[in-house]
Design a binder for this molecule. Structure first.
Ligand SMILES: Nc1ncnc2c1ncn2[C@@H]1O[C@H](COP(=O)(O)OP(=O)(O)OP(=O)(O)O)[C@@H](O)[C@H]1O
Length: 268
C-alpha cells in the first residue's frame, strides 16, 4: 500500500526571458516506513523534487497524494535535514531542539524530558547546554537530526545531510540515522550523490536523468543489504554488484538525455 504517491508530476522554473522544465512526468510511490534514496547527476532536479514533496513548491502538472488522497501538504508534519545544520548559534543545543515544538505551540509537560532522551540516543546529553559553535560538525548534525525528530515528522526529507562531513563521521552518522529512523518507523527520502550511501541506507533507489529531470531507473536494494547496518552492508558481495550497476547507469545519464521509459522499473 503506497503512502506517498507522485503521479505525473512536472515542474518549471520561470525567469523573465525563459522557462526551464526542471522535472518531467515524475511518478513513483513510497510505502509507509520506507527509506527511498534519490540519485542523479547534478542539476537533475533532486532538491526541486524534495521541495515539492515538502509543499514549498507546487507541481505545474500532476499530483502528490498521501494515502491516495490529495491533501494539503502543509497539513503534514514534514521534517527537513540539510547539508548545513542551521542551528541558531545564540541558542544552546537543548533550546535549538525545543524550538520547533515551541513555534508550533506543541509544548507538552514532558517535552524537555523527551528532548533529553533523544539527545541521549545520539550521545549528546552532556552537551545539551552548550552552544553549536562548541560542537563538531558531526555533533551539530546529530543535534539537527534530533531537532527534526522531536517534531514527530510523518515524512523525513534528507537533502545531502552528510555531504559536508569527513568520511568516518559520515559513516557513523549513516548508521545512527538509519537505526533511529527504523526504531521510530519513519518514512524517509534521501537525496545524495553517494551511491554507497544510497545502497547502504535505503530500501529502494530512484535514479534520475536530467534536462528535464525524469526517472531513469528504480532499484530494489536486496533484502540482505537492508537487514544489515549501513556499515556492514558495504561489505556484502551484493553491495559491490549493485554499486557497479548503478555506477554504469549513472554514467549513462551524464551522456544522454533520455525521455522517460515506458518500462523504467528494474529489479536488481
Ligand atoms: N530558483 C531557480 N530558478 C531557476 N532555475 C532553478 C532554480 N533552482 C534550480 N533551478 C534549476 O533547476 C534544475 C534542477 O535543480 P536542482 O537544484 O533541483 O537539482 P539537483 O539535482 O538537486 O542538483 P545538485 O545535485 O547539483 O544539488 C537545474 O537545472 C537548476 O539550474
Amino acid at each position: 500500500m503506497s503512502y506517498l504517491t507522485l503521479d505525473g508530476v512536472s515542474h518549471y522554473y520561470f525567469s523573465k526571458k525563459q522557462y526551464t522544465e526542471s522535472l518531467h512526468n515524475i511518478s513513483f510511490s513510497v510505502k509507509r516506513n520506507e527509506f527511498v534514496a534519490l540519485l542523479g547527476p547534478s542539476g537533475c532536479g533532486k532538491s526541486t523534487l524534495l521541495s515539492m514533496i515538502s509543499g514549498m513548491l507546487q507541481p505545474a502538472e500532476g499530483e502528490i497524494l498521501i494515502n491516495n488522497e490529495k491533501i494539503e501538504i502543509s497539513d503534514l508534519e514534514i521534517g527537513y535535514m540539510l547539508q548545513q545544520d542551521y542551528l541558531f548559534p545564540w541558542k544552546t543545543i537543548i533550546d535549538n531542539v525545543l524550538l520547533g515544538p515551541q513555534i508550533r505551540k506543541r509544548q507538552t509537560s514532558d517535552l524537555k524530558q523527551r528532548a533529553i532522551a533523544l539527545l541521549e540516543e545520539v550521545g549528546l546529553e552532556n552537551v545539551a547546554d552548550k552552544y553549536p559553535s562548541e560542537l563538531s560538525g558531526g555533533m551539530r548534525q546529530r543535534a539537527a537530526l534530533i531537532r527534526t525528530l522531536i517534531t514527530e515528522p510523518e515524512i523525513l526529507l534528507l537533502d545531502e545531510p552528510f555531504s559536508a562531513l569527513d568520511f568516518q563521521t559520515k559513516l557513523k552518522l549513516e548508521v545512527l540515522v538509519s537505526d533511529l529512523l527504523k526504531a521510530y518507523q519513519k518514512t524517509a527520502i534521501l537525496v545524495t550523490h553517494d551511491i554507497g550511501e544510497a545502497i547502504s541506507m535505503s530500501d529502494r533507489i530512484i535514479l534520475m536523468s536530467s534536462n528535464p529531470g525524469a526517472i531513469a531507473k528504480i532499484y530494489d536494494v536486496p533484502v540482505e543489504l537492508r537487514d544489515e547496518s549501513p556499515f556492514l552492508a558495504r561489505k556484502h558481495p551484493k553491495y559491490g554488484r549493485l554499486f557497479d550497476k548503478i555506477w554504469a547507469d549513472l554514467d549513462q545519464q551524464k551522456h544522454t538525455v533520455k525521455p522517460i521509459e515506458e518500462n523504467a522499473y528494474e529489479r536488481s
